[in-house]
Design a protein around this ligand. Sequence first.
Ligand SMILES: Cc1cc2nc3c(=O)[nH]c(=O)nc-3n(C[C@H](O)[C@H](O)[C@H](O)COP(=O)(O)OP(=O)(O)OC[C@H]3O[C@@H](n4cnc5c(N)ncnc54)[C@H](O)[C@@H]3O)c2cc1C
Length: 468
Amino acid sequence: MAKDYFKVFDFIFVGAGISGPFIANDLCKGGANCLMLEAGNHYTRRTYPTNGLDGTSQMYWAGGLELGHDAKIAFLRPKVVGGGSIMNQALVDRFDDVALDDWKSVSGIKDFSMADMATWYDKAESEIEIQEIPAKFRNKNAEIFDQGFKNLNFDNAPLRRAQNDCRLEEGNCCIECLNGCRLGSKQSTPETVLKTALENGLTLASQVEVTQIIAKNGDIRVIGRDAMGGQVSYRAHNLVLGGGAIGNARLLLNSGFGKKLPHIGQGFFCHPQFMSFGIYDEKINSHLGAFQAFKSDDKGFRQEGFKLENVYAGPEGIALLVPDFGRIHHEYMEKLSHFACIEVCTRDTNPGQIKVNRKGKALIRKEQNKEDINRYEKGAKVIDDIFKSTGAKEIVHGRFGIGLHLMGCCAIGTDPATSVIDPEFRLHGHGNIFAADSSIFPNAPGINPSLTIMALSKKAAAGILRSR
Ligand SMILES: Cc1cc2nc3c(=O)[nH]c(=O)nc-3n(C[C@H](O)[C@H](O)[C@H](O)COP(=O)(O)OP(=O)(O)OC[C@H]3O[C@@H](n4cnc5c(N)ncnc54)[C@H](O)[C@@H]3O)c2cc1C
């Protein structure tokens, strides 16, 4: 897109992940003139990288994993048009009373109730297709998960995935979709709301990283860097922040907003996830067919602050997690087709923090406290029992935690001293800067976040349209 110093847009969006396209779609339909700036590349289903290594290095910030200060959790932060909706496992869950009641009390916002949110979940779900994996397509890894739950008398439930046709009857192995779905089945934003936003007049500029926001006299100026390293600058009456937890915090801090809003960067959560592997005599071939079908649905687990998921990853991811080096590591990897995998995802209680260094780079501080470690250990114990009860010969626990659900740092709330975004989704003190993405989460819900990001974004868009 040509550099345009003179045109004034109604709205500029930072980030084309999940939230940005959901809001832009509704605003464009309402007649707004919108520009969306995304730091990552714009792939299509024909151009996604074809292997895990290329996918990771080309579609994540820092070329893949980013580490916190103590290197105990590795964070994966998507950088691509479509953001997390391209890379994620597409599991879509509504929050429960536990999550919403906590949000109500920590934010002071009464609207966080099942009744109010149901309206917005309905609207979000009307934009995507959601399916469960039919029983006949569950693979051996899923069967082990289900059998283990039955053996131990725990409750599980089928996963709800945002997908429309994974062509499983043709023998498709859908683990591929973690690097972008080449079938167009995964309901990523480029396949859904971003597509319609573009049809409704949205201007999208990829490979433009926004580096600074200047908000003056009711106007917004956005400064960024394009793919060639050149400076670009755009103007608008309003700004929508959709850069995710770390992206928004970094940009706001680098733009000086932290002086008036001291909570920017605080309250970082990530649902640390730990994969464990059961190694069986027979081949499990967890990578074949539908790679995920079940989740835990056990009230006891929810009270204890963890959930389990039937999951798998590409060989490059598993190689990182399997312990040891050299010959021993090689021997594990040779047995890859005999691995079953279950993940424990913890509802973290210890808030982390994002700061920026003098060069403007994001620094992540995120520790697991005693309670968080306790939650992980309880989940890992159940996984041990599941694998043992289904005949695993060896059990291997992944070497470190992974942070995929990056949340918070610009918490929503009524009080500007302890929050960043007000109940109308505006930056406190700035009537024309909005956010409804993962950065506004006031704490970790312990439930997959993306459907709630979509629902909050629909709600924010409706509020913006009402006030125009
Ligand atoms: C591997 C993986 C699996 C996951 N699985 C699930 C799952 O099954 N279910 C679920 O609910 N959630 C899942 N998640 C999490 C979910 O995808 C995220 O919570 C969600 O994408 C966050 O949406 P968002 O709109 O807040 O930000 P994102 O989707 O992260 O989008 C933010 C976008 O903003 C861009 N950006 C940031 N800063 C700038 C800047 N300064 N200038 C320009 N652009 C910028 C980024 O490049 C990015 O593309 C998963 C995540 C990963 C990585």
